[in-house]
Design a protein around this ligand. Structure first.
Ligand code: SF4
Ligand code: SF4
Ligand code: SF4
Length: 317
């Protein structure tokens, strides 16, 4: 493997050739903020929060789309960089409900973290807001996912995450300019869409715009004890997080899938049934010619176990 050496914030760093500056800085223990970047997704550089200054470059560049090169001298927290980040955050927060107190993402939200890191307050400019003015779920049609458009920062991670799995591609951008928003299929509800409730997009969302409905209100981040477990539904063995509050397992959360792994509802529900002491009722999606809908179901049906027991009994006879 070829290596290169560059300087980031005064630190000499030797990293494998081919990394972008976000990944190179990570190897040096420096966290460049990102919203839209994910190492496993196509790079779009849309949020611009990862801007850095590089000696010899005439303007700041996005670290996610800039390859680290031999001899580069990079500044990730210069005055100019910090001012750009503050402006980006101000614009986002001008368009955002001040809802951290009750938001289920409170304590694990990138927007909140960076607002704190760069000392940027909620809404200092007047003017129109995109989407819903008030925080609140704008799509409650799915028993598995809640959407709050007012909190979406249009990073597009959910769109790219859904599209990574062949045949899904449920989410996309709809509208134009100021009215741009994320839509399911041709701007329908999650229930009516062909969404399979894998929750891959929920895992990817850096803010509280997409929420796992079955973990909603289970407890706040700092109240939960978590343990990582492997899903036993298939050979992929996706990573899940079992959440415990006051000594009782209250919810199961899917974790970020590895590249190429799909995540699925069945696996999440099986893990839930295995660990959660009082699991909520499961729902099954019925795909109709004119309309899709969720119907309350049984654990045997959603886990495709109905009939298995009968067959085992017959084999025993
Ligand atoms: S999404 Fe983040 S910043 Fe927005 S209200 Fe929720 S916790 Fe606060
Ligand atoms: S839950 Fe899965 S299928 Fe549905 S929109 Fe999200 S990523 Fe796509
Ligand atoms: S819903 Fe979340 S992941 Fe999708 S664009 Fe909005 S903020 Fe980004």
């Amino acid at each position: 493997m070829d290596f290169i050496t560059l300087t980031i914030d005064g630190k000499k760093v030797t990293v494998p050739k081919g990394l972008n500056l976000v990944e190179a800085a990570k190897r040096a223990g420096i966290e460049i903020p990102t919203f839209c970047y994910d190492k496993d997704l196509p790079v779009v550089s849309s949020c611009r929060i990862c801007v850095v200054e590089i000696e010899g470059f005439n303007k700041p560049v996005t670290a996610c789309s800039t390859p680290a090169q031999e001899g580069m001298v990079v500044y990730t927290e210069s005055e100019q960089v910090v001012n750009i980040r503050k402006t980006i955050l101000r614009l986002m927060l001008d368009n955002h409900p001040s809802d951290c107190l009750t938001c289920s993402k409170n304590g694990s939200c990138k927007l909140q973290d960076y607002a704190y890191r760069y000392d940027v307050q909620f809404r200092i400019h007047d003017g129109a807001r995109r989407g819903s003015e008030i925080a609140g779920f704008t799509d409650t049609s799915s028993p598995y996912i809640l959407r709050d458009e007012s909190k979406c920062i249009l990073c597009g991670k959910c769109v790219r995450t859904c599209a990574v799995v062949p045949d899904r591609n449920i989410l996309n951008f709809g509208g134009r300019g100021f009215d741009t928003k994320v839509v399911a299929d041709s701007d329908t509800s999650l229930e009516a869409s062909n969404c399979v409730s894998c929750n891959r997009c929920v895992v990817a969302c850096p803010v509280g715009a997409l929420v796992d409905r079955r973990t909603y209100r289970a407890g706040r981040v700092w109240e939960l004890e978590t343990k990582q477990v492997k899903c036993k539904s298939c050979d992929y063995g996706c990573n899940m997080e079992v959440q415990k509050k006051d000594g009782k397992v209250v919810a199961v959360n899917a974790l970020h899938p590895e590249n190429g792994r799909p995540l699925c509802l069945k696996g999440r529900l099986l893990t839930e049934l295995e660990y959660v002491e009082e699991p909520a009722k499961p729902f099954k999606k019925v795909y109709g010619e004119n309309k899709n809908e969720f119907i309350e179901s049984s654990w045997g049906e959603v886990l495709e176990l109905d009939g298995v027991l009968d067959k085992l009994i017959k084999l025993d006879e």
